[in-house]
Design a protein around this ligand. Structure first.
Ligand code: ASC
Length: 150
């Protein structure tokens, strides 16, 4: 029973860790998937950003864990921007599908800065964390300005 549970968990984790090959039954599922992945990412990033700005007390352990989770989550949303998901419950602009290379580049910039934030958070150095949070925030904003409707 335990072995079966482990296999089930392992299969789930493998599926989660394989964003590039993710498949969706319906376009709505892909939209939901990317929004939820971005939401979980933002909640974790926001927790670190809040500490960096002094809005919440700095807790190095929580910051490190949250930043690591945000960095992992930052890899997932992109598989959800598949064909035929430009309409429905989404603020995604058509530019995403018109200039996929630029969109990919923007997403990779964010993932790169998120990885740096995870590394900075591991050091526990608040100044390094502040710098990395600002860099991540810049990539969030750049992508939203270009590719997200208000
Ligand atoms: C966040 C969030 C964003 C970015 C952006 C940074 O926490 O949800 O979209 O940071 O506000 O400028």
């Amino acid at each position: 029973m335990k072995v079966l549970a482990c296999i089930a968990v392992a299969a789930t984790l493998t599926a989660l860790a394989a964003p590039a090959s993710a498949q969706f039954a319906k376009p709505e599922d892909a939209i939901k998937y990317r929004k939820n992945a971005l939401f979980v990412m933002q909640q974790n990033f926001g927790r670190v950003a809040s500490m960096a700005s002094g809005r919440t007390p700095f807790d190095a352990k929580v910051a490190a864990e949250s930043a690591e989770t945000a960095a992992f989550m930052s890899k997932l949303p992109w598989a959800g921007f598949m064909a035929d998901t430009d309409k429905g419950e989404t603020k995604a602009k058509p530019e995403i599908w018109k200039e996929p290379a630029k969109f990919k580049e923007a997403s990779e910039k964010m993932q790169g800065e998120m990885t740096k934030l995870a590394a900075a958070s591991k050091t526990g150095n608040i100044d390094q964390i502040k710098t990395a949070v600002a860099a991540v925030g810049g990539t969030c904003k750049a992508c939203h300005d270009a590719y997200r409707n208000q």
